[in-house]
Design a protein around this ligand. Sequence first.
Ligand SMILES: NC(=O)c1ccc[n+]([C@@H]2O[C@H](COP(=O)([O-])OP(=O)(O)OC[C@H]3O[C@@H](n4cnc5c(N)ncnc54)[C@H](OP(=O)(O)O)[C@@H]3O)[C@@H](O)[C@H]2O)c1
Length: 400
Amino acid sequence: MAFSKFLRFFVCGDKKDVGDLPPPTPIEFAIEGKNPEKSNDSFDSEPEFAKDDEEKTPLKVDVKPIRKNRVLVVASKGTYGFSEEPFPEFAHDKEVVISNHATGLNPIDYKSVDYNFCLPEFPWVTGREMAGVVEAVGSAVTDVKVGDHVWTSTYYRDRRAGCFQQYVTVPAHTVLPLPSNLSFDHAACLGVAGLTAAMTLWRWLEVPITPQPSSSEAEYLLLWGGSTVTGQFAIQIATRCGLKVIAVTSSKTQFLAQSLGAHHVVARDGKTEAEIVAEIRSIAGDNIIKAIDLVGTKTANFCMEAMSTSKQGIFAPLAMISSKAMIPTNIRAEAVEMKQFVLNEESRMYALELNRLVEMGAIKLPDIHVLEGGLAVVTDGLERLKGGDMAGKKMVVKMV
Ligand SMILES: NC(=O)c1ccc[n+]([C@@H]2O[C@H](COP(=O)([O-])OP(=O)(O)OC[C@H]3O[C@@H](n4cnc5c(N)ncnc54)[C@H](OP(=O)(O)O)[C@@H]3O)[C@@H](O)[C@H]2O)c1
């Protein structure tokens, strides 16, 4: 797939020119007030010629620019373009339009375009997390107002909610206040990595949301990919909730996982997965009852090998699992569906609790790598993300 295959879609330069956004499209104006072209006043019947000796009253006009929405679209399979679209309309009265100040980039953003999934039609808009300022609220929205600083996490099925656009439209229950200690750039990584870690643990892995005293019997959580951005949130939430965490990382990010609270870090460099499993078992014995894989189908299988063979366990393969994977009978593999945050209003409680922990400084956010340049640099950022080697950093695009 070539990201360089940029399509000229409405307003679209070649890749070198995209830094010139916003496109030089003239802004249209709506003129309210006395407007001769639209007025019912008749020039024929009642001419209004000012006499020379009369004081001339300036024509009062209220000029409001018609707001447009700049959008990065997936124009067709594997190709991007830019378009300028009308300001979004509400689908119902409990929606919120947010002006995009920062958006986080995630592996799913390029995977869905490369492998052509989660794209209901073309042109579509991707991007799943952002932070910004509330621009408009529906008539039934009570706890969010215009001007609020907020973050959100979105569901790909609504084109208006794709975060690679200037104005993002979402249901009110998915809009969270920006923690007072965070910038828009930092808050832009709460919607996917932060919320996924929180919901995976609290909802799908059934970890109690309130901190528990460490049980005398050790209960371990295995995080394969402990230095991923999602893993960094998961280490902190899980240890706070009383689990002992074993993280698998490279030696480069080993210290990062330790500093966030992982009890044991297994550096994977130069080791086979079988050797890593043996090392994990030598630490935890048969006590790994929860596991999250953040790497891929192969490591998903090795996670299950490391898990307890005698106790009931729950496993969340966040980075995919083969349909042919052999799941032991004592292990329940959970399909984590982050769309539940949008479809189920009760899921707001997980975001509120995540917000509370961030606000009180109980969760350290990942270091961020901020790309300046707005929509024009999103695809470059995705290419860099695909290249890997972010060493635990989160890529965020500054939009304004
Ligand atoms: N289902 C969902 O809703 C959902 C939500 C969020 C994320 N995910 C998935 O979860 C995965 C992680 O996402 P993310 O955004 O958190 O990732 P990320 O931060 O972009 O992950 C990059 C990190 O992965 C680590 N890594 C690479 N290969 C590894 C290996 N073999 N073993 C252990 N660590 C390895 C690297 O650190 P080191 O090399 O230093 O270890 C690298 O820093 C992705 O596959 C993503 O699609 C799914």
